[in-house]
Design a protein around this ligand. Sequence first.
Ligand code: CA
Length: 680
Amino acid sequence: MRIVVGLVFIVGLAACSGSDVEQSNLPDVEWPNYGLNQGETRYSDLADINETNIGQLGLAWSFELNTQRGVETTPLVVGGTMYATAPWSVVHALDAATGEARWTYDPKVDRQWGRWACCDVVNRGAAIDGDRLFIGALDGRLIALDRHTGNELWSVQTTPTDKPYTITGAPRVAGNKVVIGNGGAEYGVRGYVTAYDVATGEQIWRFYTVPGNPESPLEHPDLELALPTWSGGKWWEVGGGGTAWDGMAYDPALNIVYIGVGNGSPWSRYVRSPGGGDNLFLASILAINAETGRLVWHYQTTPGDNWDYTATQHIMLADVDIDGETRQVLLQAPKNGFLYMLDRATGELLSATPYVAMNWASHVDVETGRPVEIVDGNYANDPKKVSPGPQGGHNWQPMSFSEKTNLLYLPAHDTGMWYSNEADFEHNPRGWNLAMDLDGTEGLGEEDPVEFRGHLLAWDPVAGHPVWQKRFAGHWNGGVLSTAGGLVFQGTADGNFTAYRDTDGEQLWQVHSTTGIFAPPVTYRIGGEQYIVVAAGIGGGGMGGEMKGAMINDYHNEGRLLAFKLGGTGSVPQSAERVMIQPDLPEQMTSADDIAQGKSLYREYCAWCHGGNAESGLLHPDLRYLTQDKFSLFKEIVVDGAYVSRGMPSFADVLSADDALAIRGFVLDRAIALRDGADD
Ligand code: CA
């Protein structure tokens, strides 16, 4: 007790005097792994910043990422250098104490490839092993850099370049291997993870998460388990899905790599596997032997996934006390709304508890380990409003598990969507492949809207209930950090960055940024001073119209790193104001029929970035505000790729000049509606 008091005293004194004599005795503490430690608990032992002094927490420095695209990075801190990834897979190395730039690495991803990123051109982080830093590039490359210089050591293409694969997640190092997955299930791909030699980039093993064409030989014996669980469809033509785009963890004692596997491709199982079946290993947690690449155990969270219920969410390894016994567990809150606790050595289900509202299943049967589906989730014959929706009850935003409170801090959200089966679905290799009749659900949402709400839940995973919670106006918010200082940090879409008391959720500190915050905070100590760093910059999935009013719209989405320390005196930089003035519009010359056709094409190719009804948020231009010049260049931009370098891909492979003019007609119609006050 005396020691703890003494430490608090020294930090308090130094913060007041500015002296670093006493402080420099404190050892440096870094953030070497994506999830801080191998268990990825995102709980730091640092307690220099705590309830007694958090009032002195102020800005130490900030660093401009020079982007207005989505920011989801967890910066690493090793050897006094911070490594923060940015949109388009750029890596910034900077002095972690001062924010001074050291080097920048840009893999120069072809901007056309942004077309295959469902949820923006984000990057969530890097991995470090010794002098090497590994980064997954959006276009499917895995790249090793010299972390001191930023020079490329090796680069491998981990995905076929003729298929819509992307990488947005952080690689993980497992012994002498670096493991990487991929994304793309909304467009139609077959998921897998691959392990490469850290020194050479040579491929060591690859694990496909779903079977390919049954007429071809199985790539590895574990697929013998999976193949009989698919039936009746030609899933391999679309790809089947099962992409592992985010959650992974490595347990060195068990030598197991845990992989979170994504949703089916297409989404509708009535189309994907009409004969039924669980469709292994979709929506599963896989335990894979790091040495051999063979399956140790698997647990499927959503058998026969039908709702985009990925289990790619944060996989956390923790030791918890259950009935007086310490159990090595794995915790995951996948999109489907159940929080799972498994024995991570055996895969035994210990508990599965709903953490958000849901109507697709009543409960998980702990004997069988299977969810019990209810009719409300069955949209085979008529549309159903299902919760959670495709954004899930929890998404990529990392959780945190405090060893101090034994609570899991979970950024959860209530979501829902009308699902409607597209019985006459046909695979489009150059577009979306959901097998969802979204036109068939038009208008239904207005009759019975789903309430979208965000929560920060402090959850007792053993007792299976929340201890406290915070509710937010917007459902989509930031990842979480907890510390031995008794603090829980989280940013929100409204630009607030807040510290709560870990035991009861009382707000202890808050700072406001004019850029919204989704990325998870990190903490470290250098030169005797503890820093809290978070990246501001919204983006990625989950930014639909439901976020209206809950996120910053009056300022541009300027991505930057914000570093705080005790006694910091800086001010959080202001982003530039966003002034929305509609220019004069050209005359509408497109026929009603062509506008209707343009609307349909817009939905297929444009809506995911520019908004379902051409009302875009911060990341992409709101097309209702196009100038006359841009209306006259519409075909050049959409078809000829005039703005590829700015991140607007060409659609020449799927859209003709006439198609572009039809889309232009629809966009102009929407702009006229705005001008005439028919829109808000
Ligand atoms: Ca998905």
